[in-house]
Design a protein around this ligand. Structure first.
Ligand code: UT7
Length: 327
């Protein structure tokens, strides 16, 4: 058995923060951010939280799939920005939506998290342990970034995306997953609960916490890692499937930076039109970026049944991976 996506949903905070808004609170400008990242604006939470956005995305995905919450066997949330350490975000969402029969847990694999959650679910489907699974990627990284560090703060946005998977006949889909903890210092957040409070306020910027407690990133190292490892792992995946890039309709990549996506497309010698992006609108929403992108394409009708997709994530850990799937 395999899991097939039968419904998607997403939830974005109402507050829109564009590059000019950021230029008013830090030494940056719209031109630099657009040229170096492709990002034009992002959503930042005000009243919302990781749990509330995850719940909103979950309900929309269930509605899209026509599945009732009680039918779910498993509910996985990928997040690095849970509102509290315990209980897990997955259990909080379970409570909110009434998924009383689901086993629920969180996965922390940063921007690769949704991909790892998807692959984990596929292994459960293959083992015959589950029939209906809800996957969610939900993040409020605005509460973790150092708003005085223009090198990272301009990148991230908040949001949540979700997908319902249902069991169908089929062979386990090829998947590729890698981790390299030895390079973990390239992207860290040492003490999240020390730094979290309302984002985008001067008070938050001036809080007496260690700089390293916030998200800290060696941007160039992460950039080089992504543009090398992601094409390699996509090629490894396609080899495993006996496919080429020509067989793939869309490459659904983690939305970190337009230049990263363009560089990956170039290395795969594939036209950029096969690499849909939403980072212009939402910035880098970490583990939420892939399900938000899937939901946007699904609701626009871009994705048609039978289309072949490669989904690839990369980020802190360092971690990266890819999966092949039929829509
Ligand atoms: O989900 C995975 C998460 N992480 C990533 O995807 C990050 C991957 N890395 C990147 O996307 C890029 O490295 C960044 C967008 C973060 C930075 O772009 P870059 O082209 O690597 O810039 P840089 O760090 O080499 O900085 C170039 C210059 C520096 O000035 P000098 O030293 O040349 O005078 C920076 O101080 O740009 C300056 N700079 C900025 N200027 C205006 C850095 N950030 C900004 C800014 N506005 N926001």
């Amino acid at each position: 058995m395999i899991g097939v996506i039968t419904g998607t949903g997403s939830w974005l905070p109402e507050q829109i923060v564009d590059n000019d808004d950021l230029a008013r609170i830090m030494d940056t400008n719209d031109e630099w951010i657009r040229e170096r990242t492709g990002i034009v604006k992002r959503r930042i939470i005000k009243e919302e939280s990781t749990v509330s956005m995850a719940t909103g995305a979950a309900l929309r995905a269930l509605e899209d799939a026509g599945v009732a919450a009680e039918e779910l066997d498993m509910l996985l949330v990928s997040t690095v920005s849970s509102d509290v350490l315990l209980p897990s975000t997955a259990c909080e969402v379970q409570k909110n939506i009434g998924a009383t029969n689901a086993v629920c847990f969180d996965i922390n694999a940063a921007c690769t998290g949704f991909l790892f959650a998807l692959n984990t679910a596929q292994a459960y489907f293959h083992a015959g342990l589950v029939k209906k699974v809800l996957l969610i990627g939900a993040e409020s990284l605005s509460t973790l970034v150092d708003w005085s560090d223009r090198g990272t703060a301009i990148l991230f946005g908040d949001g949540a995306g979700a997908a319902v998977l249902e069991a169908a006949e089929g062979e386990l889909l090829p998947m590729v997953m890698h981790s390299d903890g030895a390079r973990g210092e390239a992207l860290t957040c040492k003490s999240p609960f020390a730094v979290r409070k309302s984002p985008l306020t001067v008070a938050n910027m001036m809080k007496a916490v260690e700089k390293e407690d916030y998200v800290g990133m060696n941007g160039q190292e992460v950039f080089r890692f992504a543009v090398k490892r992601v094409p390699e792992c996509v090629e490894e995946l396609l080899d495993k499937c006996g496919k080429t890039t020509e067989d793939v309709d869309y490459f659904i990549l983690h939305q970190a930076n337009r230049r990263i996506v363009e560089s990956i497309a170039k290395r795969l010698k594939t036209d950029i039109s096969k690499f849909p992006m939403n980072l212009m609108e939402y910035g880098n929403t970490s583990s939420a970026s892939i399900p938000i992108l899937l939901d946007g394409l699904n609701r626009k009708g871009t994705l048609k049944r039978g289309m072949k997709l490669v989904i690839a994530g990369f980020g802190a850990g360092l971690s990266w991976g890819a999966a092949y799937m039929e829509w």
